[in-house]
Design a protein around this ligand. Structure first.
Ligand code: ADP
Ligand code: MG
Length: 241
């Protein structure tokens, strides 16, 4: 479904060159929950930004359903970022002055002109409420981010990311700012949503403790990814069937 082919990326800062990706190949299957692990600085965030068209590679290509997406005009990339990809980050990036409910509705506000919003608002509100219930925040609709715990803020960010029914959720260290138990809950929630909403997930993390709930783990080192050999292959939900 999502395929990165021979990606290279070098950052130039103050005459220093940092080569982060060097000919990286990666294939993500439809419906898969994939973990990408790697040390801090190994290029995990860079890879996610490229996959989600937030940044462009120096060379190589990214395909979504066989269609090249890394070199699209800005308008088409905006549409992909709005409709096809959902993003979650380590630090939630909720807007502090908005309620949980309005934070979750934000992608719909952005996607519509004012008349478009007035026509479709009932549907979006119902979707926001449904998602907030699913992530366990049905009782926190009117709270502001500062009145939520870290785990609750990340749940709200997950609901926001899924509002527009994205096909691919890109999660950058979603548990990086949470304690182990709360982080585990977030990954279990992602697993549930992966199955219930049918959303494909790419999660990058340096925390090996949280990847056992995912379908497949790959490791980033030296600017490329390889299958992670430190973890045995079983896929829990397939064995359970
Ligand atoms: P990770 O997410 O695995 O910690 P990143 O993709 O954020 O790694 O960064 C990989 C390397 O690229 C790091 O050495 C970082 O300092 C460098 N880097 C990341 N973004 C930039 C940037 N915008 N400009 C310059 N260097 C950057
Ligand atoms: Mg990072």
């Amino acid at each position: 479904m999502l395929r990165a082919e021979n990606l290279s990326k070098t950052y130039h800062r103050h005459a220093v060159q940092v080569r982060v990706l060097s000919g990286l190949n990666l294939e993500v299957k439809t419906g898969e929950f994939l973990s990408v692990v790697g040390a801090s600085g190994s290029g995990k965030s860079t890879l996610l930004h490229l996959l989600g068209t937030l940044d462009a590679p120096d060379s190589g290509a990214i395909y979504l359903d066989g269609r090249r997406i890394d070199n699209l005009p800005a308008r088409d990339r905006d549409a992909l970022r709005n409709q096809t990809f959902g993003y979650i980050f380590q630090f939630y990036h909720l807007l502090p002055e908005l309620t949980t409910f309005d934070n979750v509705l934000m992608p719909a506000y952005i996607a519509h002109s004012t008349p478009g919003w007035w026509k479709s608002r009932g549907r979006w509100r119902a979707r926001a409420e449904e998602l907030l219930r699913k992530v366990g925040l049905g009782h926190r609709l009117k709270h502001r981010p500062r009145e939520l715990s870290g785990g609750e803020m990340q749940r709200a960010a997950v609901a926001r990311a899924l509002l527009t029914h994205p096909r691919v959720l890109l999660a950058d260290e979603p548990t990086g700012n949470l304690d182990a138990d709360t982080g585990g809950e977030i990954v279990r929630l992602l697993r549930e949503l992966n199955r219930e909403e049918g959303v494909t997930i790419v999660m990058v993390t340096h925390n090996m403790d949280i990847v056992s709930a995912t379908d497949r783990v790959v490791r980033m080192t030296g600017g490329v990814v390889s299958d992670d050999t430190r973890r045995p292959a079983p896929v829990p939900h397939l064995i359970a069937v």
